[in-house]
Ligand binder design. Structure first.
Ligand code: ACM
Length: 542
């Protein structure tokens, strides 16, 4: 089997260039020509494939090199990769298409092309003489990473972006704030990170665990860190969608600025950053002060993130404090919004209008449907397909990310030795058979499904190797669902996918990814005795 028969995600079409099944050799002399608009892809190729092979790919154009170009006749992210006796031509409808073609080219070279330095200086590098034509099924192919429950230092985030790019994913949903930590520097509110980015201890294991890790945990990204992350993602054709979660999941912000909380029902001055997992009752007070404060936050967020979409959370906002709070009740009457759900909608509507006026688009979790969906809102459908179906039928855009299918914090095997034995069991095959488009939607309504994303919440993932274990290899199956045009779930050829995974595991090995091996966790990936029993049947959020 040659490398073009082992591609992940699978391309639309690939075949040998007749008449021979030849190999194109690369050596010190192989030149690289970047047509206008593709210089960034050339830089990426020299930095990655150049490092792995030790080949310099000097600038130049002759019959024996790599040629990158834009072909406006191709769709935006589509590409055509042609290797014949003369050249390796990678053409895309845009620089993004060329970049995805370059990712395919790296896979054609074999797993060693994923290393950061050559291991065999005498080796010959070849690619098969093939024609590959390819384009993504969905334009939103995303992954959400929670850096609040456990902070991932900047180098881990940059590495994560490289891994997304290697799987042709193009949206990084960056969950930056939550009860357990505020991770982004906001210049006008320094206490958000001074106070809100550290907690004195953490629950060790899932929320029912009786164990604690008494080590303080925290960290944050400076605004320059964020600029670097965004630029690094941009060079890989990945949009970074920041999430600032309101009005729930806000205890870290309230710990830093107690007046943001419902001070008439709880003494917020002694709250602190939350040290355990679950859904927290301490939500934002529905006041003008809170709105002005968060406008200040979002002003800095907009300066840092060029993404069209800005995520405002909106999930899991318990209404108990608003029910008890005379201030909140007066607000409901004054605004004429009926009840607490209406109050939540009022929050989201405010920021929908505010973001729209600034040329951006609001996206929120599917709870933002409750109490009425804001006019311009897009919905991340996480509690199943239902929210996404309702939103699409009402003419709103949707990203499908149902927790029953694509929450990678959930365990990937029912065995007792899974290091994070929480949530639903969702195997590699389950993910491979995930279908983002539900049958309830008509052709027209389906156009509102921008795409799909996988989410990973990090309560039981203290550092990047733990994230790797939960995310991989399932991200490979997810990437194929998001990129490739596959048959209906029951007809999908999982055996063929597994066969191609043999090569993909070698790529992940070369990249240093601590994935779950097909046979189960390795000794150091287990955590015997720490997490206790699996929590079968209980709600999936830890
Ligand atoms: C979520 O899982 N709370 C969006």
């Amino acid at each position: 089997m040659t490398t073009f028969e082992q591609l992940i995600p699978a391309p639309d079409s690939s075949h040998w260039v007749p008449p021979v099944q030849g190999l194109f050799p690369l050596d010190e002399e192989t030149v690289l020509h970047a047509s206008p608009g593709t210089e960034g892809v050339a830089r990426w190729l020299r930095g990655t494939v150049g490092a792995a092979t030790g080949l310099p790919f000097p600038d130049g154009r002759n019959d024996n090199g790599i040629v990158l170009g834009i072909d406006a006749a191709l769709a935006d992210e589509a590409y055509r990769l042609v290797v014949d006796g003369y050249a390796i031509r990678i053409e895309g409808g845009s620089a993004a298409g060329v970049f995805w073609g370059a990712q395919t080219f790296r896979q054609l070279l074999g797993p060693e092309a994923f290393r950061r330095a050559p291991v065999d200086s005498g080796r010959e590098w070849t690619v098969p003489m093939v024609v590959i034509e390819d384009a993504p099924r969905f334009r939103w192919r995303g992954m959400m990473l929670d850096v609040s429950r456990h902070f991932m230092p900047k180098d881990g985030v940059l590495r994560h972006l490289d891994l997304l790019a290697a799987h042709k994913l193009n949206v990084f949903h960056f969950h930056l704030t939550d009860d357990q930590g505020w991770r982004i520097e906001i210049k006008r509110y320094p206490k958000l990170t001074e106070v809100g980015s550290w907690r004195p201890r953490s629950k060790w294991g899932h929320r029912a665990s009786e164990l604690w890790n008494e080590t303080p945990h925290g960290g944050c990204y400076t605004q320059d860190d964020i600029r670097e992350i965004v630029a690094y993602a941009h060079a890989r054709h990945i949009a970074v969608v920041p999430e600032i979660d309101i009005p729930g999941h806000s205890q870290a912000a309230i710990a830093a600025y107690p007046e943001l909380g419902n001070t008439d029902v709880v003494d917020t001055s002694s709250l602190g950053v939350w040290d355990t997992w679950g859904v927290n009752p301490n939500v934002l007070a529905p006041t003008e002060h809170t709105l002005r404060f968060y406008e200040g936050v979002f002003e800095e967020v907009l300066e840092l993130f060029p993404s069209t979409f800005i995520h405002v959370g909106g999930d899991e906002c318990p209404k108990d404090q608003w029910r008890q709070s005379p201030t909140a009740q007066a607000r409901i009457k004054e605004l004429g919004v009926g009840d607490e759900d209406g109050l939540q909608s009022w929050f989201i509507r405010h920021f929908d209008t505010w973001l729209t006026a600034r040329g951006r688009r609001l996206i929120g979790w599917d709870e933002i449907l409750e109490g009425g969906l804001a006019e311009g809102a897009t919905v991340s459908s996480w509690r199943g397909y239902g929210g996404g179906i309702a939103a699409a039928k009402a003419g709103h855009d949707v990203v499908m990310c149902p927790e029953q299918q694509v929450y990678f914090d959930h365990r990937q095997h029912g065995g007792a030795d899974e290091p994070a034995p929480i949530g639903y069991v969702r195997t590699l095959e389950d993910v491979y058979r995930f279908e983002p488009l539900p049958p309830e939607l008509t052709e027209d309504e389906r156009r509102h499904v921008l795409g799909t994303q996988a989410n990973v919440w990090t309560e039981v993932m203290e550092y990047h190797a733990r994230v790797d274990y939960q995310v991989f290899p399932r991200l490979a199956a997810f990437a194929e669902v998001a990129w490739s045009t596959l048959p209906d779930p029951a007809e999908r050829d999982f055996a063929d996918f597994e066969r191609r995974m043999t090569a993909h595991y070698m790529r992940l090995d070369a990249l240093g990814v601590d994935y779950r091996p097909p046979g189960g966790p390795l000794p150091w990936q287990r955590r015997p005795g720490v997490l206790g029993r699996p929590i079968d049947g209980s709600p999936p959020n830890v």
